[in-house]
Design a protein around this ligand. Structure first.
Ligand SMILES: *Cc1c(COP(=O)(O)O)cnc(C)c1O
Length: 219
């Protein structure tokens, strides 16, 4: 599929949900993709990209930034506290605030750097033991804690369990955001972004449907 096709499908999903055109931000997930494919999507006009790993992102985006000055980079993968500073310097948004220790580190660095990316709190909506994120029962308290730390929390993010109906998780995340007065909803990937838009997603994270399958290098 092409970038243009995905954008057309997003526009149709916005209309079908009676939402204004342009209310959904497309994050093109470029992790692991070769630079020539990323460059092709940049040349089609896309500026908002998602990366999973700080190290990998540092290896490609500072170079692209010399040519494309209006990039909007989103970290969508787990963030270790020892990479937090680099992440805050590179990214415009971080979608994976998932524990108190990270929140405190981000707050301290925000003071030091005098700026902070937009933050999304990752919720483990399926309470999966292997998955990062705040448990649903702890979400309200954690959001309040982040606000006490003066962090710029824009919204919530989730990755539904692969073997469950995603809609249930999108609904849960939307309710949680509403009751906490948050507007941002980072949810929906290649296989379910239209459904996520129907449930109020403001940011969809689409990788393989734009770039093709990720070819992970053999060690
Ligand atoms: C890789 C990734 C995506 C994109 O997945 P696709 O199925 O390729 O669209 C979205 N969100 C997160 C958190 C990811 O790690």
């Amino acid at each position: 599929m092409s970038l243009q096709e995905i954008k057309t499908r997003i526009t149709a999903a916005e209309a079908a949900a009676d939402r204004p055109a342009g209310s959904v931000t497309l994050i093109a997930v470029s992790k692991v993709q070769p630079n020539d494919r990323v460059a092709a999507v940049l040349d089609e006009g896309q500026r908002c990209f998602g990366e999973n790993r700080v190290q990998e992102a540092l290896g490609k985006w500072p170079d692209f930034a010399e040519t494309y000055t209006d990039l909007d980079l989103h970290l969508i993968g787990p963030l270790q506290t020892n990479k937090a500073r680099q992440a805050m310097e590179l990214f415009n948004a971080i979608h994976t605030v998932d524990r108190p220790k990270l929140a405190k580190t981000l707050a301290r660095l925000a003071q030091e750097l005098g700026k902070c990316p937009d933050l999304f709190i990752q919720i483990n909506t399926g309470a999966e033991p292997q998955k990062a994120g705040i448990l649903p029962a702890e979400a309200d308290d954690f959001i309040a804690e982040c606000r006490t730390l003066d962090l710029p929390v824009k919204g919530l993010m989730c990755i539904p369990p692969v073997d469950e109906v995603a809609a249930k998780h999108f609904t849960m995340l939307a309710e949680m955001a509403t009751r906490n007065g948050l507007d941002g909803l980072s949810m929906g990937m290649s296989s379910d972004f239209e459904q996520a838009i129907a449930h109020g997603a403001t940011h969809v994270r689409v990788g393989s449907a734009i770039f093709g399958a990720r070819a992970y290098a053999q060690a």
